[in-house]
Design a protein around this ligand. Sequence first.
Ligand code: EPZ
Length: 421
Amino acid sequence: MDTQKLYIEGGKRIEGEIHLHGAKNSALPLLSAAALVARGESVLHNCPQLTDVYAACRILNHIGVKCRRDGSSVITDAGNITCCEVPVKLMREMRSSIVFLGAVLGRTGRCRLSFPGGCELGPRPIDLHLAALRDMGAVIKEEHGYLDCSAPEGLKGAAVTLSFPSVGATENIILAAVCAKGTTEIHNAAREPEITDLALFLTKCGAKISGAGTDLIVISGVDTLTGCEHTVIPDRIAAATYLCCAATAGGELVLSGVNAEHLGAVIPIMQAMGCRIYSFGKDSIYISVRGRLKAPTTIRTMPYPGFPTDAQALLMAAAATAEGTTVFVENIFENRYRHVSELLRMGCSIKVEGKVAIVQGVKRLYGAELEATDLRGGAALVAAALGAEGKSVISEIHHIDRGYENIEQALRNVGADIKRK
Ligand code: EPZ
């Protein structure tokens, strides 16, 4: 897909400060929410400049939402939505465009999009999204790879119990419910900070939502939403990524523009590995790493506030050279160990059996030719390469660009030897 690669000469100590960008996984549902706002402009500050976010803006423009960027802010005007179909090409650009379903259906009474299908992380069904929307009165036809959704009598509130606290399903239900008739309850809702951010934005626009951040969210439908200004929360996974880069390369790093509370499951594990980490001021974290780290025993990925699946590959890069054995248990996605085969090329000792990966820490990793297999797996290769001896070349870096603003510049500014060409 792209011919550019990252070239990393490992073994350089990291020192300096990285300012975090806004969260991709918040920006996407927030842009979808902006399509619901019938009156006035919405302004999203700290909206990261990422390929996935550009794709979301193209979807908005396609359906008739005026969407323009001014630096790190995105300004939208959804006064006049003209279309309710997301073309296949735009759906393919970003799997998470399924998050437009609830909003477009809620706003226009119809939504037609191609079935998102599987991705590099596994099959990724959307059955929970569809069952909830059907409970709310949507008629959904699935044919020839397309989803044709309509709400002939408008959407109405319903009590929905999710069998798993899916982030995307919770977002789609909230988006469909804010302007539905009556009250919607989401039981066993996802509790991720990105859900709270979405609810906060919608509440500022006039929606009535309570319980976001808990497992019971209650939404009372309102007639219309009015635009507001909102600042996207910091990207907690980008923060975890840069902490892991400091862990593999060693050195001292300050992360600013970050919310340490959102890293409650990551920081204690890294501290137990021997990283010195503390938060200071209103939004900064300091990390210092000296010498060989200790293996953190077992890391089980769980829905928030548990350990995030998005940080699993990154912690694996840090555990690869730690003293001792680390057991990873991936409970969220079926196929989230694709980075392992690449880490093995660098000299890691890792065995995978189903959802378990056992990492036996080795003293040193060696630079190698590597391929980014997915977004976070690709970032984990960057972290591993920073701490390895010699040169690594990482291809397929379009995966990494989906979630990190100019990762090589951020790392070069703190002393890493990394180039894109
Ligand atoms: C969101 O994906 C994130 N994406 C993912 O981040 C993240 O890994 C994931 O949540 C878990 O935290 C965005 O926010 C855009 P889920 P999402 O629905 O919403 C199964 C990254 O690297 N499931 O909570 O798709 C599903 O197959 C990305 O930034 C069903 O079975 O995650 C998966 O196994 C990757 N049926 C599990 O639930 C459904 O209807 C969790 O999925 C929905 C989900």
